[in-house]
Design a protein around this ligand. Structure first.
Ligand SMILES: [Zn+2]
Ligand SMILES: [Zn+2]
Ligand SMILES: [Zn+2]
Ligand SMILES: [Zn+2]
Ligand SMILES: [Zn+2]
Length: 634
C-alpha cells in the first residue's frame, strides 16, 4: 500500500489542545488502531490560513539556550483551518497535525492473523469523511476472503529510555531470535486468551508451528529475550546510526509512559527597558554572532534589524551585550557541564513582587488594592495582587519516553528531537487568563523554616527525595551525582501545599473545573531577595476565560472567606487518620506527606510538580503546632 493512502484525516480535534498531551512523537490511540504524530519536518502550513507566529521574546530566548534550538526563530500555533464541519472534503481537511499509523502490525479480529500493513493483506477504509473516527483497516486475505473483517492494531511496541520507539519484533521473538525454518516471510497469528498487559497473548508461526507467549517478553527477565534497541525514531522516519544500545521495554498501546512532553512556559511581561537590548541581541543573534564589532557601522546602514532597532545604544554597548550573550550560550551549551534549565521565573517574580505594579499592557495587568492585604489576613499574607490579565505561552521543546522529564534538571532524562534537522520553529500555544498573586511574609516563613528544618518529618521529606533521585537517576550520570542538587527547599512544600488548598477551594466555591486552573510557585531566591509567592491563574485555551471570576476571589471579603475555608478544610481529610499520619517514602515513589486525592491532589495539568512536595502538616496543625506555618485557626 502506498503511503499516500494514509494521508486522510482520522480525527478533528483542535490541535493546540493536544500539543502537550500528545504532541510530536506521541502515540494517539484511536478506536481501531493508533497513529503517531510526525516530526515538525512534515507539518505543513501551506493551507493553514490566518495563523501568525506567537510572539514571546523571553520564551524564544530561553528556547534558544538549548544547543539543539539555536536556530529557532519562531513559535507557531499548530496548523489548523476553520471550516471542517461545513466542508469536510475542503481545504480544512488537508490541514492538521500529520500522523502515520503506528504500530504497523495488525491483527485480524476474525482469523487472528498478524501481519504488517505493507503486506497487502490489510486495506484502509475511511468511507465517510464526516466521521473520521470510523476510519479502519480490514483483513482482505485469509479463509474469510471477501468478508473483509476488521483488523486492529497489535497492541505492543518497544520503547527505550533514549526516547526511541519501535515495532515489537514478533518474527524474531516467536522464533527465539532464529530465522523461521519453513518460510522467508512466515505468517503469524496472535491469540489473545484474555487478561491484560500481555498477560496471556500467544504468538504462533503459521508456517512452522513455533509458539511463544508474550509474557516472556515482559518484566525484568523478559528483557533478555528482546533484541537491543535499534535507535528508531518513527516520527522522523529515521534510525540512529549503529542503534542505541539501550535495552528496550515492552509497552502496551495507551500506556501513559509512552510519551511525556517537555515544555517551557513563560508569562508575557511588560518589557523592562533594562532588558530590551538583551532581548534584541537574542532576537537577531544569528546576524550579530557572525559580525565583528567593526562591521556594525555597515550593519547600521544596510541591515534592517540593526538599522531599525539599535539606535539607543552605541557600538561598544551592543558589542558588550553580544559578548555577554555569547558567554551565556557557551556556558550553558558547549562545556561538559550538562545544560541547566533556563530561568523563566526570576523576571516574573521581579514584576509580581515590585513595589509599583508595572503599567498595564494588553498581555499583563495587575492591581493592588489601595487598602493592601485585608486586615484579617495580615498574619498570613504580606501582599495580594489581582492579576486582571495575563498571557501564558508554552512551547513544546522535546519529549521523553518511559520516564517523565525533570523540569529542573534536563540532563537526567534523554530528550528526543522533534525534527530531523535542528528546527527553525517550535510548536507553541498561548492562553489568556487572569489570576491572583499572594505573598507570604518573610519573617513568618523564616521562623517556620527554623522550626521545621531539623524536624523528623522534614528530614524524611529530604531523605525520600534523595533516595528517589539516586534510585532513578544516579546510573545515568556517571560520577558526581548530587541527589539533593535540585531539592526545591522546605518553603516550597509549604507554599505548594497552600496553593493546592486554595485551588481546590476556588474550584469548589466558583464551580471551576480545577483542571482549568494553573499554579506557579515562586520559592527560593537568595538572601537579598528571598521568594515566597503563589500565582494561581486560569489557563484555558481559546479564551473560554472566566471573565473576572478568579480576580474577584481576590477582593478582600471573598479572599478572607476563601483562605478561612481552605485552611479549615486542610484540618481534615476523609482518609484520616491514614492521610494525616502519612510520611514520604522513597521506595513507594511518593514524595508527599499528609496529602492524597481526597484532600490535596489536583489534576496533572494544574500542578507544576506532579502532586509531589505536598504535606498538610506544614501548613495547618494536623501533625503538631510546631510544624505548621499557620498554627492558629483563622
Ligand atoms: Zn482474517
Ligand atoms: Zn516459523
Ligand atoms: Zn534506544
Ligand atoms: Zn488526604
Ligand atoms: Zn502543585
Amino acid at each position: 500500500m502506498r503511503e499516500s493512502n494514509y494521508r486522510r484525516r482520522v480525527g478533528a480535534v483542535r490541535p493546540s489542545h493536544l500539543m502537550f498531551t500528545s504532541g510530536v512523537g506521541a502515540l494517539v490511540d484511536l478506536p481501531n488502531f493508533a497513529v503517531l504524530v510526525r516530526g515538525l519536518d512534515d507539518w505543513n502550513y501551506t493551507h493553514a490560513y490566518g495563523w501568525e507566529p506567537i510572539e514571546e521574546p523571553r520564551l524564544l530566548e530561553a528556547v534558544r539556550r538549548n544547543k539543539r534550538h539555536r536556530k529557532v526563530g519562531e513559535l507557531r500555533p499548530a496548523p489548523w483551518t476553520e471550516g471542517l464541519e461545513r466542508d469536510p472534503g475542503g481545504v480544512a481537511s488537508k490541514v492538521g497535525v500529520p500522523t502515520l499509523p503506528f504500530p504497523d502490525w495488525f491483527r485480524c479480529t476474525i482469523c487472528n492473523e498478524l501481519g504488517q500493513l505493507d503486506s497487502d493483506a490489510f486495506a484502509f477504509e475511511n468511507a465517510n469523511p464526516r466521521r473520521p473516527h470510523e476510519a479502519r483497516f480490514t483483513h482482505n486475505t485469509g479463509a474469510h476472503r471477501g468478508r473483509k473483517p476488521l483488523a486492529v492494531a497489535a497492541r505492543f511496541v518497544l520503547a527505550c529510555a533514549e526516547g526511541h520507539l519501535d515495532e515489537f519484533p514478533y518474527r524474531h521473538f516467536v522464533h527465539r531470535g532464529e530465522a523461521c525454518p519453513k518460510a522467508s516471510h512466515p505468517r503469524l497469528r496472535m491469540d489473545d486468551r484474555g487478561g491484560n498487559i500481555g498477560a496471556n497473548v500467544e504468538l504462533s508461526c503459521i508456517s512452522c508451528g513455533e509458539r511463544r507467549n508474550l509474557r516472556e517478553a515482559t518484566g525484568e527477565r523478559g528483557l533478555a529475550n528482546l533484541p537491543r534497541c535499534r535507535g528508531r525514531h518513527p516520527h522522523l522516519r529515521r534510525f540512529e546510526e549503529g542503534g542505541c544500545g539501550e535495552q528496550p521495554r515492552v509497552l502496551v498501546l495507551g500506556a501513559s509512559n509512552q510519551w511525556f512532553s517537555e515544555v517551557l512556559s513563560a508569562l508575557a511581561l511588560p518589557r523592562a527597558e533594562s532588558g530590551k537590548l538583551e532581548e534584541l541581541v537574542a532576537e537577531y543573534w544569528e546576524m550579530l554572532s557572525e559580525t565583528p564589532k567593526d562591521g556594525y557601522p555597515t550593519l547600521r546602514r544596510f541591515a534592517p534589524p540593526m538599522r531599525d532597532h539599535f539606535h539607543a545604544w552605541d557600538d561598544d554597548t551592543v558589542y558588550a551585550a553580544v559578548e555577554r550573550h555569547r558567554a551565556s550560550l557557551n556556558g550553558r551549551g558547549e562545556k561538559e557541564e550538562p545544560p541547566a534549565a533556563p530561568d523563566l521565573r526570576t523576571a516574573e517574580w521581579e514584576v509580581l513582587s515590585a513595589a509599583e505594579p508595572p503599567e498595564a499592557t494588553d498581555d499583563f495587568a495587575v492591581r493592588r488594592a489601595p487598602e493592601g492585604v485585608p486586615a484579617e489576613l495580615r498574619g498570613h499574607f504580606s501582599d495580594v495582587l489581582q492579576v486582571e490579565r495575563l498571557r501564558e505561552v508554552r512551547a513544546l521543546t522535546g519529549f521523553t519516553r518511559l520516564d517523565a522529564p525533570d523540569p529542573d534538571d534536563p540532563s537526567l532524562v534523554a530528550s528526543a528531537p522533534l525534527s530531523r534537522l535542528d528546527p527553525e520553529w517550535l510548536p507553541a500555544s498561548e492562553v489568556r487568563g487572569e489570576g491572583m498573586f499572594l505573598r507570604v511574609p518573610e519573617d513568618l516563613l523564616q521562623a517556620w523554616e527554623k522550626r521545621v528544618e531539623d524536624s523528623h518529618e522534614m528530614g524524611l521529606h529530604r531523605e525520600a527525595y534523595a533516595t528517589y533521585r539516586s534510585n532513578r537517576y544516579s546510573h545515568r550520570l556517571p560520577g558526581g551525582f548530587e541527589a539533593m542538587k535540585y531539592w526545591p527547599g522546605e518553603r516550597y512544600i509549604a507554599l505548594h501545599t497552600l496553593s493546592h488548598l486554595l485551588i481546590r477551594t476556588i474550584a469548589l466555591d466558583c464551580g471551576y473545573n480545577s483542571a482549568s486552573l494553573s499554579e506557579r510557585i515562586y520559592a527560593g531566591g537568595d538572601e537579598q531577595d528571598p521568594r515566597a509567592g503563589i500565582l494561581i491563574y486560569t489557563a484555558v485555551p481559546d479564551a473560554e476565560g472566566t471573565l473576572g471570576g478568579l480576580v474577584s476571589q481576590a477582593e478582600p471579603d471573598r479572599l478572607t472567606r476563601l483562605v478561612r475555608r481552605a485552611l479549615s478544610e486542610a484540618m481534615r481529610c476523609s482518609s484520616d487518620p491514614l492521610c494525616a499520619e502519612r510520611l514520604p517514602q522513597a521506595q513507594a515513589d511518593f514524595l508527599h506527606g499528609a496529602a492524597c486525592h481526597v484532600c490535596l491532589f489536583v489534576s496533572e495539568t494544574t500542578c507544576e510538580r506532579g502532586n509531589r512536595f505536598l504535606d498538610r502538616r506544614f501548613v495547618v496543625p494536623v501533625g503538631g503546632r510546631d510544624l505548621a506555618l499557620y498554627p492558629e485557626p483563622l
